[in-house]
Design a binder for this molecule. Structure first.
Ligand code: CU
Length: 484
């Protein structure tokens, strides 16, 4: 770790002035004396999505996405976070097993980065793989806050071994801009395998009937869509050569959308989900990603042309959600060919014929939506309780070393990207299929469906669980796990 000599001298001088040079020598932690390895500056800025679409939003280091941070597993880093905005901020290190103090969720006790202030943090990055960082403040009804802004950036924690043979790697950050509210909205109904469960549909219908307000609650829609901060056709194309094997690291940095991605004439060999190598690499024709999910996939460039790698939704792709892939010596307008439908099945990547280890304890969650219950916003409950920032409830007590199975029953038609902080989990059952060995930190729970995953309580400290849709987590869809 490089030591800034000037900072050291300044620190020593201050300590001497206080008449405590001995104490300084003994008690001064290295963290305070060194120059930060990384600096993040949160401030308002402009993103040129296209020449006629320049948006103003909150950014890291005046760019979208925020800078790619490359860490090495197990090698401690010091990060200075400056907040030039008028409101307190939080940077969450998504997918890392680090202490609550630095994880970046106020519910876990992480201190805010004060408005017009800074906070220095230090942690030991782990595990290796594709992670990311993003703001973790509540936005509520303010579409200029939280993940509606441009506060997201990729993290790559260098692994001890290479994940596979490939010629190069490319990071793609998918993100929408210019959010607005509407009543109701569209949901990708063709994203996931599995069928709705009648009992859950009945439960949802009963909640709808019990709602005071019979109108639909607000949903968020977007005007502009971009990959790596550029609308389709306005950024540099991905330039490839025939025969090349390209490893794409794709991050859905949306505030709440489910995304798809296809490249006509090509398929994706999935090597990692949420940065964790899968037990079984499988070839799929296209990708589906819930909010905050990451997919690492190798594409063999064996179909020369100029192609649009884009979202299946014509409207979203038409408003920018795509990137051009251009083979060497190929010219012409980028081509899009609508792919055949393909539903996402996590079990494709699991250990075949193996069931997950039995848990020590199972905790069940029933999820319900209460239409327009909070000033026009839908309220979300887990087992009848909406998370409250005042009481920090509901809370579940867990014991270190035990293996917990969380079973979710979705009484709503929405897809929920379920996220557990500071721990990874193993998929047990999703879309009606049993599986094992798929390690993730976000999983999509289909409308009126069930999902189960296991985690081992191996990282003491308050641990937040929530739906990664900003609109859902801000209106009740959260819970806290406290170690006994
Ligand atoms: Cu949700």
């Amino acid at each position: 770790m490089p030591i800034d000599r000037r900072a050291l001298l300044q620190g020593a001088a201050l300590a001497s002035l206080a008449g405590a040079s001995m104490r300084f020598a003994q008690a001064q932690t290295p963290v305070d004396a060194v120059k930060a390895d990384y600096t993040l500056r949160i401030a308002n800025g402009l993103v040129e999505l296209a020449p006629d679409h320049i948006v103003s939003t909150t950014l890291y280091n005046n760019q979208f996405p925020g800078p790619l941070l490359r860490f090495r597993e197990g090698q401690r880093v010091v990060v200075d976070i400056h907040n030039d905005t008028d409101t307190p901020e939080l940077v969450h290190w998504h997918g890392q097993m680090i202490p609550s103090e630095v994880d970046g969720a106020v519910e876990e006790g992480t201190p805010f980065v004060p408005a017009h202030g800074m906070r220095r943090i230090s942690f030991t990055p782990k595990p290796s793989g594709f992670r990311f960082y993003h703001t973790h403040v509540a936005a509520g009804g303010d579409l200029g806050r939280g993940t509606y802004t441009g506060q997201a950036g990729p993290v790559y924690i260098e692994p001890r071994n290479d994940p596979g043979a490939y010629d190069r790697e490319i990071f793609l950050v998918l993100k929408e801009f210019m959010p607005s509210f509407s009543r109701g909205g569209d949901m990708a109904m063709d994203a996931l395998i599995g069928t709705p469960i009648k009992a859950l549909q009945d439960m949802g219908a009963a909640a709808d009937a019990a709602a005071h307000d019979k109108t639909k609650g607000f949903e968020v829609g977007y005007d502009l869509f971009a990959i790596n901060g550029r609308m389709l056709g306005h950024g540099e194309p991905v330039r490839v050569k025939q025969g090349e094997r390209v490893l794409f690291h794709v991050l859905n940095a949306s505030a709440g959308e489910t995304r798809s991605l296809a490249l006509p004439g090509h398929s994706f060999r999935i090597v990692a989900l949420d940065g964790n190598p899968v037990p079984r690499e499988a070839e799929v024709p296209l990708l589906w990603l819930g909010t905050a999910e990451r997919i690492s996939a190798i594409v063999e460039m064996n179909h020369p042309g100029v192609w649009i790698m884009g979202d299946l939704a014509d409207d979203d792709r038409g408003h920018g959600m795509g990137i051009v892939v251009e083979y060497a010596d190929q010219k012409g307008e980028p081509q899009w060919i609508k792919p055949k439908p393909f539903r996402w099945d996590y079990s494709l990547f699991g250990k075949p014929g193996v069931e997950a280890t039995s848990p020590d304890e199972t905790i069940e969650f029933t999820i319900l939506k209460h239409n327009a219950a909070l000033d026009g916003f839908n309220q979300w409950t887990l087992n009848g309780e909406a998370f409250s920032m005042d009481t920090m409830k509901p809370v579940y007590r867990i014991e270190q070393g035990r293996r917990y199975r969380l079973k979710f029953r979705n009484g709503s038609d929405d897809i929920h990207p379920l996220h557990l902080h500071r721990h990874s989990f193993e998929l047990v059952r999703v879309g009606g299929k049993l599986t094992a060995g798929v390690i993730k930190d976000v999983v999509m729970l289909g409308g009126f469906q069930e999902a189960e995953f296991d985690f081992v309580a191996d990282n003491p400290g308050p641990t937040l669980f929530h739906c990664h849709q900003q609109l859902h987590m801000d209106f009740g869809f959260m819970a806290l796990f406290n170690y006994a």
